[in-house]
Design a protein around this ligand. Sequence first.
Ligand code: SF4
Ligand code: SF4
Length: 136
Amino acid sequence: MGVKYPETNENCNGCGRCADVCKVEAIDIRGETSYPNYNLCIGCGKCIKACPNEGRDIKEGGYMVYVGGKSGREIINGISLRLMDIEEIINLIDKVLKVYTKYAQKPQRERLGAVMHRIGTGKFLEEVKLLMYSEV
Ligand code: SF4
Ligand code: SF4
């Protein structure tokens, strides 16, 4: 999923339109300006688009990649990773597949989320990161 984290610029007049569209209440309007709360912001970029005064810039872009989630009888949340470009995402998918192949008990049948859950998400990610950054 593409992400765009906002920052307020000098065009902001505190009209509050951005806070109206933010679904996670990550914007405070104080006086004649607005403040994004980065602890809550999910980078959806809606506030940037909704501003009538071009009062919001993109502070940081990139992608959020979700790995190992699944629905069904047993729901697994999986994990989210922030990456900056397409090459990094391709590299991540390649290494996730390598680690999956190493541990999956029934290759092509055991779900990725189930493998991560069984061996431990921390251990799985550690191996993925090791491969990602040792082969570049
Ligand atoms: S950033 Fe734009 S929408 Fe938000 S308060 Fe400022 S002017 Fe209004
Ligand atoms: S980018 Fe999305 S989540 Fe973040 S402050 Fe703007 S509307 Fe809210």
